[in-house]
Design a protein around this ligand. Sequence first.
Ligand code: ZN
Length: 82
Amino acid sequence: MTRAGTRTERQEYLEGGLEELACERCAAVVRVRKSSPQQTSVQWSTAAVRQCTTPLGALVPRCPALHASIDDAVRAGRLDIP
Ligand SMILES: [Zn+2]
């Protein structure tokens, strides 16, 4: 029983359990959902895509710092994992 049951103070996104998360490096705000410990869905807004470092030609926006931020949030219990 390691589940802390900590509810984030942020508004809960009832549409699929999405949580807002800001990239620590570029401050782009994306919506993140962990469907399992291994699976992360990231929803990029247009502004976030522009703000975050995106390698040219990449089909999916990627930012290493953002993924590190997601891992941190999971460790800190700020993202709910079913
Ligand atoms: Zn970023």
